[in-house]
Write a protein that binds this ligand. Structure first.
Ligand SMILES: [Zn+2]
Length: 146
């Protein structure tokens, strides 16, 4: 069970869906989210932040430390990277807003299926792989491992 929470960024121009794996940590471990606009004015602190392609998630490491017993598989120091990469508090999807883009792209494909079935099947087969490749090149953190 993964709940996701919509969080507005610090300047209010954007928002990100953040997913908390199995609700192990409460959403309070995320203190702020910065979009590419507002992250420019932030001094990056590796002790509390993860940067991803212009976005920054700032964690409340005290809260994370307080709840650390709930994640016994997290051995060693709890770091922002461990929280993000382990899925304890991470984007829903590969990047903020991916589920909206993904839904739109699927819709476009669906429209193509009405016009040109053969091309639709061809495009659909390549769609997942091609977009993952694009996201990897764009530099999104969650696209790097695959
Ligand atoms: Zn912002």
């Amino acid at each position: 069970m993964c709940e996701d929470h919509e969080m507005r960024c610090s300047c209010g121009a954007s928002s990100a869906s953040i997913m908390f794996r199995d609700e192990i940590f409460p959403e309070e471990i995320v203190s702020r989210v910065y979009c590419p606009q507002c992250s420019a004015g932030v001094e990056f602190d590796a002790a509390t932040m993860v940067a991803d392609n212009g976005w920054i998630i700032e964690f409340d490491m005290e809260v994370a430390e307080y709840f650390r017993d709930r994640a016994p598989e997290l051995t060693g120091a709890i770091t922002p990277e461990a929280l993000f990469d382990g899925g304890y508090a991470t984007w829903r999807g590969v990047y903020p807003g991916e589920h909206e883009d993904s839904a739109r792209e699927r819709q476009e494909l669906l429209e193509l299926s009405r016009i040109d079935k053969a091309r639709y099947f061809k495009e659909f087969k390549q769609w997942g792989r091609k977009r993952m490749e694009r996201l990897r090149q764009e530099g999104w953190r969650k696209a790097q491992a695959s």
